[in-house]
Design a protein around this ligand. Structure first.
Ligand SMILES: Nc1ncnc2c1ncn2[C@@H]1O[C@H](COP(=O)(O)OP(=O)(O)OP(=O)(O)O)[C@@H](O)[C@H]1O
Length: 214
């Protein structure tokens, strides 16, 4: 079967751990919308994101397909899938400046001047204009979360995979960063898979919620 439609499609995806079925799911995430994955700890939410990103290894096995904007991702290596990942921790490279962190993610084949422009534009898009030379260690948690988002966007992803990216932020900050991420996804027509334990995240996401069961 082929999926020519825009967005992210999980087509009869079955994930097994040591032979036992962990996740069984078909779903479509339209561009600019969020599919929220909830459910108890250990039900395979992070494993599903790893499958979509192409990082799934032993003891897991998978069947089914992932499609993004009509491209079958299932057999592609992670770097060719064009999916952006955000985790609980911003995971910035400490030995690189803020600009260096973002520059690192820009795809190969782009000229230096365009790279500089992309870094400047991406920092502005996440509300941190002019911070190119800053050391990431001097940034607040909220600023680090923004740089992490900028780094993901600089790679020009076709979809976002979010693994509890707001869970370590205090409540005011959480609302801010969450709105920034969802607004950005909507503006750029990116389908989003969100893993969370917080019903407020699901509500803010505004899309479909799938609960993975024990
Ligand atoms: N590398 C691994 N090797 C073996 N088992 C693993 C590995 N990673 C995860 N697991 C197991 O696979 C199952 C699914 O884990 P997963 O992290 O996907 O769950 P989750 O729903 O994301 O949980 P949580 O909500 O706690 O993050 C769990 O039983 C977990 O212990």
């Amino acid at each position: 079967m082929t999926h020519f439609e825009a967005g992210l499609t999980l087509d009869r995806v079955v994930l097994r751990k040591a032979g036992d079925v962990l996740v069984s799911l078909s779903a479509t995430v339209a561009p600019g919308t969020v599919l929220t994955l909830m459910g108890p700890s250990g039900t395979g939410k992070s494993t599903l994101l790893a499958f979509v990103a192409g990082f799934l290894g032993a003891p897991f096995s998978a069947s089914g397909d992932v499609w993004l904007d009509g491209r079958r991702l299932t057999e592609l290596p992670p770097a060719e899938r064009k999916v952006g990942l955000l985790f609980q921790d911003p995971l910035l490279f400490p030995h690189l400046s803020v600009g260096g962190n973002i520059r690192f993610a820009i795809p190969a084949g782009i000229r230096p001047r365009e790279r500089d422009a992309a870094v400047t534009q991406t920092l502005a898009a996440v509300g941190l204009p002019g911070l190119e030379r800053q050391d990431p260690a001097t940034l607040s948690g909220g600023e680090q979360a923004r740089v992490a988002l900028a780094r993901v966007l600089a790679a020009r992803p076709g979809a976002l995979l979010l693994d509890e990216p707001f869970s370590k932020l205090d409540s005011a900050l959480k609302r801010q960063i969450r709105a920034l991420v969802f607004d950005t996804a909507r503006e750029r027509d990116l389908p989003v898979l969100l893993v969370t334990h917080d019903p407020a995240d699901a509500e803010a996401a505004g899309g479909e919620v799938v609960s993975l069961a024990d």
